[in-house]
Ligand binder design. Structure first.
Ligand code: CTP
Ligand code: MG
Length: 247
């Protein structure tokens, strides 16, 4: 069956702080979105790429015209849609434009510009082997605590206190591309429309929506190269990786 890749690029990039949507912040010679699209083309797994960009951004729309031409050369259908108010809404908008006859979909962050082909291939392989949901992930290297608000005994100063320490060997840091059977992901997004505002605000990836359906979500090995460019330090690392021997 054929695979579509949704690339969500409609965020504003507040934490990067460039004052322009993160997808068009330059990394080396090209905007982040161009790296993400070219990474998908290089992996050779997509029949269609559907990009969600901010509704009012003429510059990203122009960037997409160039990327659409490159995709066409590779025989890949290229679609651009207006994103939504949060990531989940941007995914839903893009899913609506995925072509008939598509069987699987990967959802990928434009903010992960250096994702290696191997990750796309591992996700694709698990989908071929019958997974209806599969995510790339890495073991966590930090010890992770759960916390809650607390006050210091003497002064009452508001801090947090530790509630627990989940066993690290059960924890994974999750990345994109996340792969799905298309019908399953569409059903998961429809189901999410019934969530209350509080639950909806805690959605940070697509796998959570499939978990809510009770379906199995399989995990394949991610890559340290797939890190998300979120802060200025992340962009510095990405620049160094483009230049240096880690590439
Ligand atoms: N995203 C999107 N639509 C939104 C919000 C986010 O398509 N309404 C996309 C971003 O463009 C990004 C991915 O989701 O590729 C991951 O989001 P994040 O790293 O949080 O990016 P931003 O939301 O742009 O950054 P920030 O949260 O710092 O503003
Ligand atoms: Mg965000």
């Amino acid at each position: 069956g054929s695979c579509a890749v949704v690339i969500v690029a409609a965020g504003s990039g507040q934490r990067l702080g460039h004052g322009v949507p993160k997808a068009r912040v330059p990394l080396g010679r090209e905007p982040l979105l161009a790296h993400a699209v070219k990474g998908v083309l290089k992996a050779g797994i997509a029949a269609q790429i559907c990009v969600a960009i901010p509704a009012d951004d003429a510059e990203l729309a122009e960037i997409c015209r160039g990327l659409g031409a490159e995709a066409a050369t590779a025989g890949v259908k290229f679609t651009v849609v207006d994103g939504g108010a949060d990531r989940s809404a941007s995914v839903a908008a893009a899913l609506a434009e995925v072509a008939d006859g598509t069987t699987t979909v990967m959802v990928h962050d434009a903010a992960r510009p250096l994702t290696p082909s191997g990750v796309f291939n591992r996700v694709a392989a698990a989908l071929r082997d019958g997974a209806t949901a599969v995510i790339p992930a890495l073991a966590v290297t930090d010890t992770i605590k759960t916390v809650q608000p607390a006050n210091l005994p003497r002064t009452g100063a508001g801090l947090e206190k530790v509630v627990g320490t989940p066993s690290r060997d059960q924890l994974r840091a999750v990345q994109t591309p996340q792969g799905f059977d298309l019908a399953t992901l569409r059903r998961a997004h429809e189901n999410a429309l019934t969530f209350d505002a509080e639950t909806a605000s805690r959605i940070t990836d697509d796998a959570m929506l499939v978990e809510a359906l009770g379906d199995e979500v399989y995990v394949v090995q991610g890559s340290t190269h797939s890190f998300k460019v979120t802060t200025p330090m992340d962009l510095l690392l990405a620049e160094a990786m483009l230049e240096g021997p880690l590439r």
